[in-house]
Design a protein. Structure first.
Length: 77
């Protein structure tokens, strides 16, 4: 299994709306607001790196208000 932590930037004042949408997305296991360079961090788990990539592209980047993502991915032991 592969775990991905996705760092997300949103449009100004849209963090709550994006967080709500992330929390209703089944592939997203956790999502939390941040203070600093990024607005939100989301945790996803997939079978492989391609699965993480699909979740980021199809589910997270498609959310209205998301303007940038950065993904940190690794293998779960």
């Amino acid at each position: 299994m592969v775990i991905g932590f996705i760092l997300i930037n949103t449009r100004s004042h849209e963090e709550g709306k994006v967080l709500e949408k992330l929390n209703s997305t089944p592939e997203v296991k956790e999502a939390h607001l941040l203070f600093g360079e990024y607005d939100i961090i989301a945790k996803v788990v997939a079978r492989d790196f391609n699965g993480v990539s699909r979740i980021v592209i199809e589910k997270i980047r498609s959310i209205d208000g998301v303007i940038h993502t950065e993904t940190l991915a690794g293998i779960m032991f």
